[in-house]
Design a protein around this ligand. Structure first.
Ligand SMILES: Nc1ncnc2c1ncn2[C@@H]1O[C@H](COP(=O)(O)OP(=O)(O)O)[C@@H](O)[C@H]1O
Ligand SMILES: [Mg+2]
Length: 417
């Protein structure tokens, strides 16, 4: 039994204040306090537990024996599961026990009291931390001995708690501000990343528009000028032969075909009329044919992925992502096969583009270029994207996952033609 009738004196209060002055970390404060009061209130475990702002969760910082109560193991716990919940809710103004292992107050259905046994704790003493009369946490002393604390110790513990309460409360508030600031910065960084990506995409679209203009000028306009010239010659001819007209007809047909290619590049009509899978197949066929080394493709779709039920904007974005991934395989991978899979897993759609080529460069993909655009397009439709090595660490695997139907997608409104 210890000498617990001794009352804390002014010198001890001052030395506690000196020890915690300037400490800006919960554990640093609690361990400084532990060292100062070890003789006055012996303990093997000392912890401070703090309530969150809506008083439903509690987070604890400890010193001495390590337990699962500590924030390093359990970030927060519901107050209702705390063995000392009655202290947090103001039902009692302190708790003292000779043996916490047998004391029924600590053990109720759902109580997080397992650390009492794990750390071999017996005597425990708990007092509230209060700010402006409201309980904001608790200071808890525990030892592995039984019957170590006396009622007189409660007074000393409460004085220590009163010294610490405003200090802990301020630390907690500044921690909250810091976290809020960090979250704000992360959100700003994400928004900025998206803004820059969207800007790049707009530039890309502008370039595409210019390319269409150039194609129309160099190809279609040149074709039509030639056809018009030929027609003019024929108009002025007194006699007209069928073969001469046939030449012009062939020229017109060629011009129409070229125009179709230009239009199809600008807006994939097969996507609009036949759906995502057909459009990707057409893309794969064309890409494989244009590859400089032998490349075969596989397209796996059981028809139940639900891609075509997504809003048209989302489907076009997914098509552009797959298009760039396929282009990259053809241009960079030196692969022998490329596989595209459309899958449904519960409420999520997964699209995988996989090749068995040389793999992405070490050090990750650049933020700009085609891969950057893939990232931006995925963000804009709120899809998750992963770019990794393929099976067995070979090749490249790009996976896009997104909800089959989410409010974000529905809110994009009517399907566009
Ligand atoms: N499937 C792939 N296999 C191997 N390397 C790839 C693949 N996809 C992309 N890369 C590499 O990543 C780089 C960046 O790709 P990307 O951003 O699309 O730009 P770009 O295609 O214009 O070079 C490529 O230059 C290439 O080196
Ligand atoms: Mg590319």
């Amino acid at each position: 039994m210890q000498n617990s009738t001794r009352c804390i004196d002014m010198a001890q209060i001052l030395s506690i204040l000196r020890a915690i002055a300037g400490q800006i970390d919960f554990r640093a404060v609690i361990s400084a306090v532990s060292a100062e009061i070890r003789d006055l209130l012996p303990h093997d475990h000392l912890d401070v537990a703090l309530l969150n702002s809506d008083r439903t969760l509690v987070v604890a910082y400890e010193t001495g024996l390590h337990t699962e109560w500590d924030a390093s193991t359990t970030a927060t716990k519901p107050v209702v599961a705390s063995p000392i919940r009655d202290l947090f809710t103001g039902v009692v103004d302190h708790i003292v026990t000779d043996d916490a292992q047998t004391d029924a107050r600590f053990h109720f259905p759902g109580a997080f009291s397992q650390p009492i046994f794990a750390a071999g704790l017996h005597s425990r003493l708990h007092v509230p931390l209060k700010v402006e009369g409201r309980v904001c946490g608790a200071l808890s002393f525990s030892t592995q001995k039984t019957a170590a604390y006396r009622p007189g110790d409660v007074n000393n513990a409460q004085i220590v708690a009163d010294i610490l309460s405003s200090y802990f409360f301020s630390l907690q508030q500044s921690e909250l501000v810091k976290q809020g600031e960090l979250q704000k910065r992360e959100t700003e960084a994400r928004a900025e990343g998206l803004r820059v990506g969207a800007l790049r995409l707009t530039e890309e679209l502008e370039n595409a528009r210019q390319a269409i203009g150039m194609d129309l000028h160099d190809q279609t306009l040149a074709d039509l000028t030639r056809i018009a010239r030929n027609l003019k010659r024929l108009v002025n001819k007194p006699t007209l032969r069928g073969s001469e007209l046939q030449l012009v007809q062939k020229d017109v047909e060629h011009c129409v075909r070229e125009l179709r290619v230009i239009i199809d590049n600008a807006k994939p009509s097969v996507l609009q009329f036949f759906g995502f899978c057909e459009a990707v197949e057409a893309l794969l066929e064309r890409s494989v044919r244009s590859a400089t080394s032998p490349l075969s493709y596989r397209l796996c779709d059981d028809g139940g992925s639900g891609v075509d039920d997504l809003p048209a904007n989302t489907v076009v974005a997914l098509y552009r992502i797959v298009q760039e991934a396929i282009n990259n395989t053809v241009r960079h991978a030196n692969a022998s096969t490329i596989e595209v899979r459309l899958q449904r897993a519960g409420e999520r759609i997964h699209i995988v583009v996989e090749d068995d080529g040389s793999g992405l460069p070490k050090g990750g993909a650049r933020r700009t270029g085609g891969l950057g655009n893939i990232r931006t397009r995925a963000s804009l439709i709120q899809a998750e994207l992963s770019a990794t090595a393929g099976p067995g660490g070979k090749g490249t695997r790009l996976e896009i996952a997104l909800p089959a139907s989410s409010p974000a997608h529905q809110s994009q409104g009517e399907k566009q033609a």
